[in-house]
Every structure is written in structure tokens, then in C-alpha cells.
Design a protein around this ligand. Structure first.
Ligand code: ATP
Ligand code: MG
Length: 263
């Protein structure tokens, strides 16, 4: 990995980028995954690279949904494996849920590498290497799933998922929790709960919230869920992004004068 000095103002972002590049070099992440990361980074920039209030609320609802679920399952793709492998394993063990490798650009070799990586982080149950069923409504290898994993789950966590697959899972009647920095993506709009946050911040936050809610009654968890609206959350995310952009515009006026400097 390229050395990035800790003093660099964009250290965290650059290190994340390095981890994705390393994922490609190690056969974990697809080349297309680099582009997906870039799209995510662009949205992260205009929401201020922090967890928004709306995202924090969505994360609480996601924690409640995963705790209420009888059979939660967690999907892992090449970007997620490169960025937060240990954090995903910790989350799965807290929920006693399977991790299922689920790739848009599937290759058996990449599935195996990701499964091995998760096992090396201590994962107890990793599915996806031997798919035995198909998600209805999807074509080709994108439909592949495993009994006892996402296919049979009542709640699924799908970080960085494609819109089509998200929609197909919702169509199966599951509670679908997405993590996606783009509040306008089809995934964000179709999911039951969307956490508009970087996966690197969202997963530790979700784990904290699950731990803090784990002693709660089912009634309380249900009340948290009843209170949640994905439409309102996405609208609030867009409003928070607008506020952030407005603040940067005001800063620009402060630095350059409201009329703007002429060269
Ligand atoms: P959709 O199919 O839902 O309309 P899309 O085609 O724009 O979305 P995909 O390539 O299917 O996007 O999926 C990548 C998504 O993952 C993008 O919306 C991007 O914002 C998001 N993303 C990329 N990196 C991260 C990250 N580190 N954390 C959270 N989200 C991310
Ligand atoms: Mg897509």
C-alpha cells in the first residue's frame, strides 16, 4: 500500500481509497468496484464526510429491524470486504447471522477469496460459495443465493447493493436495509431502510446501536420501527446535504467576497 502521511488533510479518504485499490490487487474487489467507490466518495464529499442526523436515525431503525428479525442475514460484496471485513464479522457474530458473499460481477475465485478473508477475521458462517437457489426476477448469476442465508432471511443488510437486486429482495417480502451514500440511487429509494453514510462509518455505528438496544423489549423495538419513514429519511438526507452545500457557499463568499475576486 502507498504510504499516506497521517498529517494529510484527506488522510481518512485516501486510506479508504488505498484499501479499495489493495482489494483489487488481492482479487477481492472488482475493477468496477473502483468506480462505485468513486461515486460514493463524491456523495460523501457533499455531505461533509460525517454521519448525518438522518443517517443516525436510519441506523437506529436498522438496529431495531435486525434485532426483531427471526432470521437476519448480511450480504458482503468486494467493496465491503475490502473496507470493513472485521467489522462485518463482528456485526454478524453479534446478531448470530450468516454472512453471504453476493457479487454483481461474480467469479468463483473472487467469492472464495472473500469467504476466506471473512473466515480469517473469525467469521463462523460464510455462505455464497455453493449457491443452491435463485432470487426471483433477476437474471444470470446475479440471482444466485443460498438456502439458510439471504434467500430465507426476513431481514437483510445489503451494503452497496445494486438497485435491481434490492428491489427483488423487497419483492420477496423482506425488510431490506441498504447502506448507500447516494440518497437518489434506486437502491436507496427502494429499500425499507436506507443508511446514507459511508460503510466505514455505518457499520461500527450499527454495531454500537445493536449493542445498546439489545436489552430492549420487542414492543420498544417495534415502536422504533413504526416511527421510521424511509421517504422522510431520504428527504432529510437531501436537506442536510443542501445545508452543508449552503454553508460551503457562504464560506466561499467569506474567502473571496460575495462579488468574487477578479483576476
Ligand atoms: P442503483 O443501481 O441503486 O441505482 P448505482 O447504479 O448508482 O445505484 P451501483 O454501482 O449499483 O450504483 O452501486 C454502488 C453504490 O454504492 C453507489 O450508489 C455508491 O454511492 C455507493 N457506495 C460506493 N462506495 C460506498 C461506500 N464506501 N459507502 C457507502 N456507499 C458507497
Ligand atoms: Mg446499479
Amino acid at each position: 500500500m502507498t504510504e499516506i502521511p497521517k498529517s494529510h488533510p484527506r488522510y481518512t479518504s485516501l486510506m479508504t481509497r488505498e484499501r479499495i485499490a489493495e482489494g483489487v490487487r488481492n482479487g477481492i474487489t472488482s475493477v468496477q468496484g473502483l468506480i462505485a467507490q468513486g461515486r460514493g466518495e463524491a456523495f460523501d464529499y457533499i455531505l461533509g464526510e460525517r454521519t448525518m442526523i438522518s443517517a443516525d436515525r436510519a441506523t437506529l431503525a436498522a438496529a431495531a429491524a435486525l434485532l426483531i428479525a427471526k432470521r437476519p442475514a448480511i450480504s458482503v460484496n468486494g467493496n465491503v470486504a475490502a473496507l470493513v471485513p472485521g467489522e462485518m464479522v463482528e456485526l454478524a457474530s453479534l446478531l448470530n447471522a450468516p454472512l453471504e458473499v453476493n457479487l454483481f460481477h461474480r467469479s468463483e475465485e473472487r467469492v472464495r477469496r472473500i469467504a476466506d478473508l471473512l473466515r480469517s477475521h473469525g467469521a463462523r458462517l460464510v455462505l455464497g460459495e455453493n449457491p443452491d437457489c435463485r432470487i426471483p426476477g433477476l437474471e444470470h448469476s446475479r440471482a444466485l443465493a443460498t438456502r439458510g442465508g439471504i434467500y430465507d432471511a426476513d431481514a437483510v443488510l445489503i451494503p452497496l447493493e445494486d438497485g435491481d437486486r434490492c428491489e427483488a429482495l423487497v419483492g420477496m417480502g423482506k425488510t431490506v436495509i441498504a447502506v448507500d451514500l447516494n440518497p437518489l440511487s434506486r437502491t436507496s429509494m427502494r429499500a425499507s431502510i436506507t443508511i446514507v453514510d459511508n460503510i466505514t462509518r455505518a457499520v461500527p455505528n450499527l454495531t454500537r446501536k445493536i449493542s445498546s438496544l439489545s436489552g430492549s423489549t420487542t414492543e420498544y423495538l417495534q415502536a422504533v420501527l413504526m416511527d421510521y419513514s424511509n421517504r422522510d429519511t431520504l428527504r432529510d438526507a437531501l436537506l442536510e446535504m443542501r445545508e452543508y452545500i449552503t454553508a460551503r457557499m457562504n464560506e466561499l463568499d467569506g474567502a473571496q467576497g460575495s462579488a468574487g475576486k477578479r483576476i
